[in-house]
Ligand binder design. Structure first.
Ligand code: PHE
Length: 344
């Protein structure tokens, strides 16, 4: 029969309750709180309690029920902590995790391909600093003082002002200047590297991109040599049937200067949306090194002549794989990068 004593006894046995297994905890739950459990039975008896005692017993019974539930929850928690603590740290017999292999970035693939083509032609690779001075990026390359490339709108300055401001190089022609300053002649180098221009980022422009520029200086180097070098490069890069055409252009550091197009490797000259119906795709700028540039680096233009060229790696990779948006190269989206997994 429901009484003060039974309730207290039950409270006491709840406190002493022990279980070593999940199943034992469940048995205890059924024993106390199940449909035919002891506390449930007390609630049934509660109906017969005289009205003056109902309030007192009601509160006690509720407290008992809450205590039973809390004790069972606590036992479950204790048990899972014991299981967790006694588990072996790791199962050494399990098979290892497969490490996902990365793949080379399309810009690296293209850079390596350009380098290996020019290596075959006898060019070596030269590198130089990304943080440069005005002399190596502009002045030694015959840029007049008022040239717009020197504007803050176009170039990132690290420390503007003074005779020779420090800036982020806008092209790797600066490496060609450094090579001319310190190397013996003849010179035959390519200069791959990252360059920076103050441009709004869009599908066709980025403030960081990569170039490979080239320089060849020797006695009797002519425009015909330049044309041949570019033609051979274009055929190695885009296929043996590739044609090139040169359009007159202007760069402060070359004279004459030209822009080079290759025949569209998608439509083979018929006209498509990649070449915008023209059958031609622009790939690089080039020209004969201006005598002022040779002189600025201590080379006698009466004895030596040379050619230079420069191309954007992103652009070459875009043409090769029909990448439509320059931003893909910088976003590291695995869906894009995985498309180059099989390119060797
Ligand atoms: N430096 C030029 C550029 O960044 C490319 C170039 C290099 C053009 C050499 C002609 C000769 O656009």
């Amino acid at each position: 029969m429901i009484s003060q004593e039974t309730i207290e006894q039950m409270m006491q046995s709840l406190k002493e309750m022990k279980a070593a297994k999940e199943q034992e905890i469940e048995e205890q739950r059924v024993k106390w709180l199940g449909k035919k459990g002891e506390i449930t039975r007390l609630f049934e008896e509660f109906r017969t309690v005289s009205p003056e005692l109902k309030k007192e017993y009601g509160q006690k019974l509720n407290a008992l029920k809450v205590a039973a539930q809390q004790r069972i929850d606590a036992m479950r928690e204790e048990l899972s902590q014991i299981i967790e603590a006694t588990k072996p740290a790791s199962d050494l017999t399990m098979p290892g995790d497969v490490m996902e292999l990365g793949s080379r970035h399309p810009i690296s693939i293209t850079r390596e391909e350009i380098i290996s083509i020019f290596r075959k032609f006898g060019y070596s690779v030269a590198e130089g600093p990304e943080i440069e001075d005005d002399w190596h990026v502009f002045s030694a390359l015959n840029f007049p003082p008022e040239h717009p490339a020197r504007d803050m709108q176009d170039t990132f300055f690290v420390s503007p002002g003074g005779d020779n401001p420090i800036l982020l190089r806008t092209h790797t022609s600066s490496v060609q200047v450094r090579t001319m300053e310190r190397s013996d002649l003849p010179i035959r180098v390519i200069c791959p590297g990252r360059v920076f221009r103050n441009e709004a980022i869009s599908a066709r422009a980025h403030c960081i991109f990569h170039q490979v520029e080239g320089l060849y200086i020797d006695k009797n180097v002519s425009f015909a040599d330049l044309k041949q070098a570019i033609l051979l490069f274009a055929r190695e890069m885009f296929g043996p049937d590739t044609q090139i055409r040169m359009r007159p252009s202007y760069f402060p550091f070359t004279e004459p200067s030209a822009e080079v197009d290759v025949s569209c490797n998608i439509c083979h000259g018929k006209g498509c949306n990649i070449c915008k119906g023209t059958g031609w795709l622009e790939i690089l700028g080039c020209g004969m090194v201006d005598p002022n540039v040779l002189r600025a680096s201590g080379i006698d233009p009466e004895v030596y002549s040379g050619f230079a060229f420069g191309m954007g790696i992103e652009r070459i990779a875009m043409l090769k794989w029909q990448v439509k948006d320059l931003r893909h190269y910088f976003e590291n989206d695995l869906r894009f990068l995985r498309e180059f997994e099989t390119v060797v």
